[in-house]
Ligand binder design. Structure first.
Ligand SMILES: NC(=O)c1ccc[n+]([C@@H]2O[C@H](COP(=O)([O-])OP(=O)(O)OC[C@H]3O[C@@H](n4cnc5c(N)ncnc54)[C@H](O)[C@@H]3O)[C@@H](O)[C@H]2O)c1
Length: 399
């Protein structure tokens, strides 16, 4: 905790200062919109005193009816079928973008034009060009921006990064990451926005983008990629049970090799057709002095091998990540017997973002990180053979 945050926490604890209230407008009340609502409501209870008091003031959905339903479900006082109204409201300080990917750009550009800070779901853009425009617009508007790569906020993942940056596993040689999920295995699953190339990135661009972000977070910048993709079900029914079919434009399965600037080699596999897998985000990282291994399906554990352990005790051991580890206060109760779950990763990302916003501190992953992830996915899915260089634009000088 920085000195500024510590002072603010003491003042809030003693009643000397009330945490700042920030109005939040949620755009998109689907699967992940609900997770944001849960996180925003939990934040003041889980982080006491909170850096800020987020207040969900309005939700926008595709139609007024859907917006009304979302508002009732998520207990949000106001609802609209026009997202433009959210970014125009004076009582909204921060906009949370939880819509299908193809809408992110328009919503983000309008929000920053109205001076709103933005939390945007991943992937930031449909492609790197869009994402770069969003990053530059947010910087030019002087607002704070965050891209919701929430797996960085799993305490065990942050702990793995801590071990790596402390040099406990030495120079990293290899990253092996995968994200497997079985939801697309059944060919009768109807065509949705995630199957349209103009709206989504397929297995590599969707779930795979989380692994790419973790590779950068844990190992470092990526200089080149090469990849292959497959689409197992090229046509899907237009709606449940329909006999009318449409073309699938995205991949169900993808694999890529990553070349890191520090010389490490990486492998990423992403699949939405992996029977029996629900949210299997996992990685193993090998360094010259040790290894770490993580699997989201056991998200409160980190497997660690350190070659300087006494010889007779050598072998992977399982560290139960809890109160003594990064984000310890988010374990409830704060002891070693209870873990965190997916929604805590969203609570922690809001805690990080709002804390940085209120205290004027830097925070990542921001839109630049979103842009770099888009660059890597674009190159990986460009169907060029052999290694393809990643030539991202640099960060703006202000950060
Ligand atoms: N960080 C994560 O772990 C994670 C997990 C899932 C999804 N996501 C991302 O979140 C975003 C949404 O995914 P989802 O799974 O919640 O999808 P979803 O389809 O469940 O929800 C999207 C919602 O947006 C609404 N919407 C569509 N058009 C709209 C409009 N014009 N105005 C307002 N709302 C509109 C839809 O009605 C729907 O309720 C995507 O970018 C996705 O990649 C992130």
């Amino acid at each position: 905790m920085t000195a500024r945050r510590e002072k603010a926490a003491v003042e809030a604890n003693t009643g000397a200062a009330e945490p700042r209230r920030l109005g939040i407008g949620l755009i998109g009340g689907g699967f992940i919109g609900r997770a944001h609502a849960i996180a925003l409501r939990s934040l003041p209870l889980q982080a006491f005193p909170p850096a800020a008091l987020p207040e969900l003031r309005v939700v926008a959905e595709a139609t007024p009816e859907l917006a009304g339903q979302a508002a009732r479900r998520l207990d949000i006082p106001d609802a609209t079928g026009r997202w433009e109204e959210v970014v125009e409201r004076d009582d909204v300080d921060v906009v949370a973008v939880a819509t299908p990917n193809s809408m992110h750009r328009d919503v983000v550009l309008a929000a920053v034009e109205h001076g709103k800070h933005v939390m945007c779901e991943k992937p930031l853009g449909v492609d790197a060009k869009e994402a770069l425009g969003m990053y530059r617009a947010a910087e030019a508007a002087g607002v704070r921006h965050y891209v919701a790569f929430n797996y960085r906020r799993v305490p065990a993942v942050t702990f793995a990064r801590q071990l790596i940056t402390e040099g406990r596993i030495g120079a990293v040689h290899a990253f092996r990451g995968k994200y497997l999920y079985g939801g697309n295995t059944d060919p009768s699953v109807p065509l949705g926005w995630r199957h349209r190339r103009s709206e989504a990135g397929g297995a590599l661009g969707d779930v795979g983008s989380h692994v790419v972000d973790l590779a950068r977070f844990l190992v470092g910048e990526i200089s080149e990629v090469t990849s292959a993709t497959r689409t197992w079900t090229p046509r899907r029914p237009l709606s449940p049970g329909s006999t009318e079919y449409g073309d699938v434009g995205t991949d169900d399965e993808g694999a890529m090799l990553l070349g890191f600037r520090n010389g490490a080699l990486g492998v990423v596999q992403a699949s939405t057709c992996a029977p029996g897998r629900y949210n299997n985000l996992s990685f193993e990282i090998n360094g010259e002095l040790g290894s770490v291994e993580f699997d989201f399906e056991r998200m409160n554990e980190l497997r660690v091998y350190l070659s300087d352990d006494p010889r007779q005790l050598q072998g992977f051991h399982t560290v139960r990540v809890a109160g003594a580890h990064p984000y310890g206060p988010f374990f409830y109760p704060e002891n070693d017997g209870f873990g965190v779950a997916f929604t805590e990763t969203k609570v922690i990302e809001w805690h990080e973002f709002l804390g940085a916003l209120v205290h004027g501190e830097p925070v990542q992953p921001d839109f630049y990180d979103g842009y770099v992830a888009n660059c890597i996915i674009d190159r990986a899915t460009s169907h060029q053979s052999g290694w393809v260089p990643i030539e991202e634009e640099p960060r703006e000088a202000s950060r």
